[in-house]
Design a protein around this ligand. Structure first.
Ligand SMILES: *Cc1c(COP(=O)(O)O)cnc(C)c1O
Length: 405
């Protein structure tokens, strides 16, 4: 049944029921078809699979562990476990799909990897993959995010990537996607746009999900080995939705597991002050595919905001959009204040500084733990928080002299 699901979704045109597809200019249609055909071919090839396996083990440091949070569980009630994607090389789950995309790019004879980045994690992961495979790399990043995530900008440059500042609109993730897409359109033959999440036109939502499935496959096995059972609840943050699809994909057919996708509630649920796409959006179109979209009064993607730069996107993966309609996953939100509280709780009770994105998932797990203390909760800790420390300290201060938010 589980394998059938992955064959059925998406269909040959890239649809997850009504969501997904590829609504792109004709010049890109042929390129997307080439990428899709190549992916179908090599994803069945023994050489490709064994090269990817070897990279994951020897270069990325997989499998990442599952960790039982002793002190956090004691304080909040339930048994809380973390899938430690923060321990993946480069500090987040993103390298899982970047190494796959770069390996595919190499197979296609591409010279240059192009992408957008929000918090800079995807940019760093892709620049790392480009260095590994000897490819050029160009990363588009909003100027607001560049200021907020300065260490990641420097990392990308050290790794040899060109960082292109994006100065229009809100100067964050959506504009960076527009800019990267524009650059790719200039030369789709020699370059490839490596999308940073389970979004964009087909085949990206499918490929990125497939490359991230390793997270769920490992976590399920590890959790079972530790406890002899499956987790009652699995929690992951959702920006575009790649880390969440990675972990959820292993539990979609286990009726006893409840799945929670956590979106950024930001400052308030007023338009422009959050990025809770599934909670407050409507089906629409963005960046060449159909999904839930936060829209303004004209039906255009609305401005979004989150304290976590990696989550502020007004769209979301088409597969998540389908899973919401099917009722397979609960989509909820956590605001900035709850996120910062969880950031410090995990840091001080477990010695693990989480990314602000991942702190949203931790925050929701703490709520669940208090509501149902007899349950077990597995959280996908998508990344580490080193990139966020200066920003958090400056904006909010330490817990003992916290500035109001
Ligand atoms: C990019 C990022 C996210 C959000 O992306 P998804 O595609 O929703 O997973 C979450 N956590 C971290 C640490 C990230 O870098």
């Amino acid at each position: 049944m589980a394998e059938n699901y992955f064959k059925k979704y998406p269909n040959a045109e890239g649809f997850f029921n009504e969501y997904g597809g590829a609504f792109i200019p004709p010049v890109l249609e042929a390129e997307m078809k080439k990428i899709s055909d190549a992916y179908h071919m090599i994803s069945k090839s023994h050489n490709f699979i064994s090269e990817l396996r070897s990279i994951r083990k020897h270069y990325q440091g997989r499998p990442t562990p599952v960790y039982f949070c002793n002190r956090l569980s004691e304080k909040y009630g339930a048994r809380i476990y973390l899938k430690r994607e923060d321990l993946n090389h480069t500090g987040a789950h993103k390298l899982n799909h970047c190494m796959g995309e770069a390996l595919l790019a190499k197979f296609l004879g591409k010279k240059k990897l192009i992408a957008e980045t929000g918090a800079g994690q995807h940019g760093v992961a892709l620049a790392t993959a480009a260095a590994y495979f000897g490819l050029e790399c160009e990363i588009h990043m909003g100027e607001v995010d560049m200021a907020k995530e300065h260490p990641n900008v420097v990392r990308m440059q050290i790794l040899g990537a060109t960082v292109v500042p994006v100065s229009h609109g809100l100067k964050t993730l959506k504009e960076a996607v527009d800019s990267a897409f524009g650059a790719y359109m200039q030369d789709p033959i020699n370059s490839i746009y490596c999308i940073g999440s389970v979004v964009g036109p087909h085949p990206f939502p499918m490929m990125v999900r497939d490359f991230q499935r390793v997270v769920g496959i490992e976590a399920k096995e590890q959790f079972f080995e530790m406890t002899g059972e499956l987790p009652d609840k699995v929690v992951a943050c959702v920006g575009g939705g790649s880390n969440a699809m990675g972990i959820f994909s292993a539990f979609l057919h286990d009726e006893e597991c409840e799945l929670y996708g956590v979106e950024p509630g930001g400052l308030s649920l007023n338009l422009g002050e959050h990025a809770a796409t599934m909670t407050l959006g409507k089906p629409g179109m963005i960046h060449g595919f159909k999904c839930y979209v936060l829209q303004d009064e004209n039906g255009e993607p609305s401005p979004v905001y989150s304290v976590a730069s990696g989550l502020d996107y007004p769209g979301v993966g088409p597969e998540h959009s389908m899973l919401k309609d099917l009722g397979k996953v609960n989509y909820v939100s956590i605001n900035d204040k709850e996120c910062i509280d969880a950031f410090y709780e995990l840091s001080r009770l477990e010695g693990i500084i989480p990314a602000l994105e991942s702190s949203h998932a931790v925050a929701y797990a703490l709520k669940l733990a208090q509501q149902e203390p007899q349950k077990s909760i597995l959280v996908n800790l998508s990344g580490r928080g080193d990139k966020d420390i200066d920003f958090v300290l400056e904006k909010y201060g330490l817990p003992e002299n916290r500035k109001d938010i």
